[in-house]
Write a protein that binds this ligand. Structure first.
Ligand SMILES: Nc1nc2c(c(=O)[nH]1)N[C@H]1C(S)=C(S)[C@@H](COP(=O)(O)O)O[C@H]1N2
Ligand SMILES: [Mo]
Length: 413
C-alpha cells in the first residue's frame, strides 16, 4: 500500500534521481564550466571576525506574525524549522518570546540574588557563577502557545508558524541544586519564585522538587554566551516544562513554603475548557512532532522519485521512543527511523525514505515517548479540551501533498 523504501530500495531510487538531475536541468548543463568564484581571489580571513551565513541562505530567518499580537515588543518570532538539519537550533535562529522586549543587560552590573527560606542568602555575579562546577546539556524549549493558532482549524501555511515556537540547543551552566546547597534552602522551602530583570519582570513559581531535579542557571548556549534575546547574561533552564517558566535575564530566586500564583503568569498560562473551567498546572510540554520536509515551505515540486520524509519529535516527559508516519490521513502507520543521539527532553529527528510518484497524500507524524504516552489527534484533544484553548496543542498535524507536489496545511475532522 505504501511506497516507503527499505535501505536497498532507497539506494536504487536515489541513484536514478541523481542521474535525472544532471540530464534534466538546463541551468546545470555543464557543471564544470568555469565560474566567477573560481577565477578571482576571495575575501581574507580578517574580513568577517564573527561569521555569518552565506548570502544564498538569506531566506533562512526567524519570522513573526504581525496580526498575532498588538505590537512586536510583547510578541514572538518563529524558528524556520523546515530549513534546519539535525536537532540543534543555531543561536541566530532560536525563537524569541518577550513580554517587555529584548533587554540589553550589562553583565558587570547584573546580579542573581537567592533568598527567602534559606540559611544564607547569596548574591552572585556572572563571574561568581562561572567559577562553580558547570554542566552542558541538550534540551528543547517550547512556548506553551506553540501550535495555539491551530486549535480552531488550520491557520498558517508553514511549519515555521504551526510549530516554530520550539528550539533546541546545548546549554552550559550551573545546576540549581548546587546553588540551593550553597544557600542552604530550608526543608519547608517547597517553592521557588523566579524573576527576570527585563521590563516585564517576568516571574513564575516552580516546585522545589523540579528545581532540585534538573533545572540550571545557564550562561551559554551552543558553546557561546547566551544571545540577548535568550536572556543574556543568564537564564533559567527548566527542562521539559513550558517555555514561560524559563525566566530570562534572571535576577532573583525566592524560596518559600507556598507558591505565588496569584501575582504571576501561572494564572494566565491555563487552558480554558468548554465548560468555563480552566486546566491548570500544565507545566510539562507533552509529546509532539512535526514533519518539516515535505512541508508548505519544502514542497515536492521538483521531481518524482526518491524523497526523504523528515521531521522533529520531542517530549517534556522523557525521550522520544518512536515516530510513526501516515501517508493516508491516519489510517495506516509506518515506523520512521530515529536519528541519534536520542536524548531526554531534547528534539529528536526522524526520517522515512519514500518513493513519490505524484500521488496525493495526507501525511502525518505521531510520536510516542518512553512513558508510553502517544501524541493525540486533534479530535482526541478537542474532546477533552474544546477549542477555547490557546496553549498546549500537541495534536497530530496533517500536510496535504497535492499531485503537483505543493503542500498545504489542513486539518482532518
Ligand atoms: N524575563 C523574561 N523571561 C521570559 C519571558 C519574558 O518575557 N521575560 N518570556 C517567557 C516565554 S513566554 C517563553 S516561551 C520563553 C522563550 O524563550 P526564548 O525567547 O529564549 O525562546 O522565555 C520565557 N522567559
Ligand atoms: Mo511562551
Amino acid at each position: 500500500m505504501t511506497n516507503a523504501l527499505n535501505r536497498r530500495g532507497f539506494l536504487a531510487a536515489g541513484a536514478a534521481s541523481a542521474g535525472a538531475l544532471a540530464a534534466g536541468s538546463a541551468k546545470a548543463a555543464n557543471p564544470f564550466e568555469p565560474k566567477e568564484w573560481g577565477q578571482f581571489l576571495g575575501a581574507g580571513v580578517d574580513d568577517e571576525p564573527y561569521g555569518t551565513p552565506s548570502e544564498y541562505e538569506a531566506h533562512v530567518i526567524r519570522r513573526n506574525v504581525p496580526w498575532l499580537t498588538a505590537d512586536s515588543v510583547s510578541s514572538i518570532n518563529f524558528t524556520p524549522l523546515a530549513d534546519l538539519e539535525g536537532f540543534i537550533t543555531p543561536n541566530g535562529l532560536h525563537f524569541e518570546r518577550h513580554h517587555g522586549g529584548r533587554a540589553i543587560v550589562d553583565p558587570a552590573e547584573h546580579r542573581l540574588m537567592i533568598h527567602g527560606l534559606v540559611d544564607k542568602p547569596l548574591v552572585f555575579s556572572l563571574d561568581d557563577l562561572k567559577r562553580l562546577p558547570s554542566i552542558s546539556r541538550f534540551y528543547f524549549i517550547e512556548c506553551a502557545a506553540n501550535g495555539g493558532m491551530e486549535w480552531r482549524g488550520a491557520q498558517l501555511n508553514g511549519c515555521q508558524f504551526t510549530h516554530g515556537m520550539v528550539s533546541c540547543v546545548q546549554y552550559t551552566g550551573v545546576k540549581l541544586s548546587t546553588l540551593m546547597e550553597m544557600v542552604g534552602a530550608k526543608p519547608n522551602g517547597k517553592w521557588v519564585l523566579a524573576e527576570g530583570a527585563d521590563a516585564a519582570g517576568m516571574n513564575r513559581s516552580i516546585p522545589m522538587e523540579k528545581i532540585m531535579d534538573d533545572c540550571m542557571i545557564a550562561w551559554a548556549q551552543n558553546g557561546e554566551a547566551l544571545r540577548p534575546g535568550q536572556g543574556y547574561p543568564m537564564r533559567l533552564v527548566v527542562p521539559g516544562f513550558e517555555g514561560n517558566m524559563w525566566v530570562k535575564w534572571i535576577r532573583r530566586l525566592e524560596i518559600g513554603d507556598m507558591p505565588w500564583f496569584a501575582r504571576e503568569e501561572t494564572s494566565k498560562y491555563t487552558d480554558l475548557l468548554e465548560d468555563g473551567r480552566a486546566r491548570m498546572f500544565t507545566w510539562v510540554q507533552d509529546c509532539n512532532s512535526v514533519i518539516t520536509r515535505p512541508s508548505p515551505e519544502k514542497p515536492w515540486l521538483d521531481r518524482k522519485g526518491f524523497h526523504m520524509i523528515s521531521g522533529l519529535a520531542w517530549s517534556g516527559r522523557g525521550s522520544v521512543k518512536g515516530v510513526d508516519i501516515s501517508l493516508d490521513g491516519g489510517n495506516n502507520w509506518i515506523p520512521a527511523d530515529l536519528e541519534g543521539p536520542v536524548m531526554p527532553k531534547c528534539l529528536t529527528r526522524f526520517n522515512l525514505p519514500f518513493d513519490w510518484q505524484g500521488q496525493e497524500m495526507l501525511i502525518q507524524s505521531r510520536a510516542y515517548d518512553d512513558t508510553g504516552y502517544v501524541q493525540p489527534t486533534f479530535a482526541q484533544n478537542r474532546a477533552v479540551r474544546g477549542v477555547n484553548s490557546i496553549y498546549h496543542n500537541n495534536s497530530v498535524h496533517t500536510w496535504h501533498i497535492k499531485p503537483d507536489g505543493r503542500v498545504e496545511n489542513v486539518q482532518l475532522v
